[in-house]
Structures are given as C-alpha cells and as structure tokens.
Ligand binder design. Sequence first.
Ligand code: ITT
Length: 204
Amino acid sequence: MAGERVRVVLATGNEGKRRELEALLGEDWELVSQGALGVESVEETGATFLDNALLKARHASAATGLPAIADDSGLEVAALDAAPGVHSARYAGVTADDSANNAKLLEALAGLRPAQRGARFRCVMVFVLGPDDPDPLVADCSWDGQIATEARGAQGFGYDPLFIDPASGRHSAELTPQDKNARSHRGQAARALRDQLLARRGAN
Ligand code: ITT
C-alpha cells in the first residue's frame, strides 16, 4: 500500500472530534465519517479507553468493510480518583450535554484550591485494518492541566471551557483549533498513530 491514500472510516459520532481528526489526519488518509456511511454509534461498554476505542473501530469496520480509526477519550481528575474517565461523555447522565457535564464537574470540585484541581485529558486512538485485525495500531496520549473555577472560551467541545492549558495559561476553549491540536491528547495520539502507520507501510 506504499504511497497510496488509504480510504478509512472514522468511527465517531462526535462532531467536535470529527473536525479535529479531519484536520489532523485528512492529508494522510481519505477519511469517511461513519455517519456518512449510515453507521450508527455502538454502545460503549468497555471498562477502559482502549476497550472502547477498539469496540468503536471494529464496529465501524465490520459495518463498512473499510479499515477504521476510532478514539476513546476523556477527562481524568486527580481529586476525583480519575473520574469521569471513560464516563466523561455521560458524567451528568446518559442524556447529559456538555454544559450539564461541566456544571457537575464544577460542583464536584467546589472549594478546592488550584493546586488540588489537577486533571488530564487522555486519548487512546486505534487503527484496525478489518474487524478481526489481530494487530491493531494503538496510541495512548495525555494532556496535563487544571480545572478552572469558571468557564471561558467558545472553541472546541466537551470540557474545553474548563480545562486550563498550563503552557499558555488559557482555557482549551480559548485556543485556536491549530493551537489545541498542537498540544492536545488527541493531536498527540493522531500524530503517533500516523507515524506508526507510515512505519508499517514503509516496512511492507
Ligand atoms: P464517539 O464515542 O462517537 O467518538 P463521544 O463524545 O461519546 O463520541 P468519547 O466516548 O470518547 O466520545 O467521550 C469523550 C468525552 O470526553 C467527550 O464527550 C468530552 O466530554 C470529553 N472530551 C474528550 N476529548 C475532549 C476534548 O478534546 N475537549 C473537551 N472534552 C473532551
């Protein structure tokens, strides 16, 4: 497959993620989102980010016959013993939206000083050639920061308004998409996965 752009299904139903991943990976792969191919999201029953990422990728690959990329990501807050973790998207309940999740997080950390508000975003991103691929590519990356006491910024999605990037002192939702991708958990994982795929291609 050397030199060719590979057609890959992107296994996410999250529009914010899809935008970030297309900006990160679009040049290397011909990405088709699962929604455009009529693939519904699968239930995320795994106990870890890796389990869920593989579940999503295998589901989309089985439904389309294409190789697939998926990620599972979330926020791990030290003072909450790494919660909400794999439950980040539904922290405030199965039908919760981003603002309900953010409100619940602020309440859970009420009264804690900045030094007690450490958190990290984690992203495990996988590539499978097919649903039974015995050797998936895996990248596991994180972005350390802190949870603010109030929301700021209008970019991004999820917990971005509350997550402070220590390098810039800005909330993630205040960063341009390029600046977020340059440092984020998902940006790092996408670049690591791309490097692994290029190395595998070079070896074939
Ligand atoms: P798919 O499973 O369809 O990809 P999802 O939103 O359910 O979409 P996850 O299961 O990976 O995705 O949950 C990730 C949640 O973690 C996401 O909904 C946000 O609440 C949070 N999150 C992950 N990455 C984030 C980021 O870059 N910025 C802000 N919040 C993020």
